[in-house]
Design a protein around this ligand. Structure first.
Ligand code: S3P
Length: 436
């Protein structure tokens, strides 16, 4: 009998066809946030109806914003303006979403009310001091478990003052949290990162009429009296979801897959650079922009991959794609080394340890390091049973691994894929994958 919440993928002969991936998760969150604090009616098309972004909608509804859906990808946000948010009458639940809790920590710090946020078991283990510390430098009053390091977080809204924060890590969640707090503060708020992280907040702030300057790795906004105005937002397809299809089409022989309307923002497109360095056959066509965000169609045909080194500035540009890159690396010719990627340890799971442990269950040997992982190429993927550990990207990485495995791979806690790619099973099946 089939175990509950378990799903199997089988070896495939080829993948073929044209497809789209759901809307970008980071951009969908930001469209709800900026739509809520702008004045007027924001229309969002190709919104990601994944659980994380639905959590953001739920939080803003509890803050008094009227958000309606024409369909599950077409959303209308009746913005209330920055001053129009209301004290929630109950705890805000962010589910599995780190982006929601960290970005909202900044925004809620500058209100004139009290709020509490919590999330699932994974969220309650993830570090929140990385946003609490800089926000406290701005005057924020945030409390949480373990001296404020862990959620639930309670926030007493207060008047904030500007800072120039030198972030020790390249993190869009930290940067965005400070910028969203900065909107309240009178004066210039600056964030400098060691390496540039994804810049969707900066681009969308500009689109909504915010005053923002970017110089190298430093972002400056003028806070205090900013009024944002409603927009029509077309969300590009999520390159982090497309990554699973890019690797799948590369490793399954005789494949040709066209993924249409994918966001190719340079702060996110490291996966394309890494796969091309591995000899993948990837071509971008129909390049254009949705608002400030670059978009393209991506054509991938099978190829013989080789190992590579993934490090330095490339890491923030593909941080969420490391699990799926490890599947490509195991099959490539030669070794692959991932380093400078300590951040992987504080994602939805510790993705260095979890990938190492789960790879072993399908016969793949890797060497975990403090800040990355090393993996020899030319390995054979056996069948087996793995656990997603409720991490969407772990689940999908092993679904792709199964396509070139000797036997089926059973994925426990498969439901996690709904966090970012709710129709993953349907998209894979339409391209020729077999699963049950
Ligand atoms: C995200 C930023 C990244 C990424 C996450 C989404 C965002 O996290 O891993 O999936 O939308 O800002 P960090 O900012 O912690 O690197």
């Amino acid at each position: 009998m089939k175990k509950p919440n378990t799903f199997s993928f089988f070896p495939a002969k080829k993948l073929q066809g044209e497809t789209e991936v759901p809307g970008d998760k980071s951009i969908s969150h930001r469209a709800i946030i900026f739509g809520s604090i702008a004045e007027g009616t924001t229309k969002i098309e190709n919104f990601l109806p994944g659980l994380d972004c639905l959590s953001t909608i739920d939080c803003f509804r509890r803050l008094g914003v009227n958000i309606t859906a024409k369909s599950n990808t077409s959303i209308i946000v009746n913005g209330v303006g920055l001053q129009g948010l209301n004290e929630p009458t109950d705890i805000l639940d962010v589910g599995n979403s780190g982006t929601t809790i960290r970005l909202l920590s900044g925004l809620l710090s500058g209100t004139n009310f009290y709020s509490v946020m919590t999330g699932d078991a994974s969220i309650r283990k993830r570090p929140m001091d990385r946003v609490k510390k800089p926000l406290e430098q701005m005057g924020a009053r945030i409390h949480g478990r373990d001296n404020g390091r862990l959620a639930p977080l309670s926030i007493i809204g207060t008047k904030l003052t500007p800072i120039h924060y030198q972030s020790p890590v390249a993190s869009a969640q930290i940067k965005s949290s400070i910028l969203l707090a900065g909107i309240w503060a009178e004066g210039h708020i600056k964030v400098t990162e060691p390496t540039k992280s994804r810049d969707h907040t900066e681009l969308m702030y500009k689109t909504f009429g915010g005053d923002i300057e970017v110089e190298g790795n430093t972002v400056t906004i003028a806070g205090g009296s900013t009024r944002l105005s409603a927009q029509e937002v077309q969300v590009p397809g999520d390159i982090s979801s497309a990554a699973f299809l890019m690797v799948a089409a590369s490793i399954v022989p005789n494949s040709e897959v066209l993924i249409k309307n994918v966001g190719v923002n340079p702060t996110r497109s490291g996966i394309i650079d890494a796969l091309q360095a591995m000899n993948a056959n990837i071509k971008l066509t129909n390049e254009r922009k949705y608002g400030e965000e670059p978009v393209a169609d991506i054509l991938v045909t099978s190829s013989h991959l080789k190992g590579t080194i993934i490090e330095g500035n490339l890491i923030p540009r593909l941080i969420d794609e490391v699990p799926i890159l490890l599947i490509a690396a195991a099959l490539a010719e030669g070794d692959t080394i991932v380093k400078d990627a300590k951040e992987l340890r504080v994602k939805e799971t510790d993705r260095i340890q979890v990938m190492h442990d789960e790879l072993l269950k399908v016969g793949i040997i890797s060497t975990p390091k403090e800040d990355g992982i090393e993996i020899a190429g030319n390995q054979m993927i056996s069948g087996g049973t793995i656990d997603s550990h409720h991490d969407h990207r772990i689940g999908m990485a092993f679904a792709v691994a199964a396509l070139t495995a000797k036997d089926k791979i059973e994925i426990e806690n498969y439901d996690a894929v709904k966090v970012s790619f709710p129709n993953f099973t349907e998209v894979m099946t339409a391209l020729g994958a077999k699963c049950e």
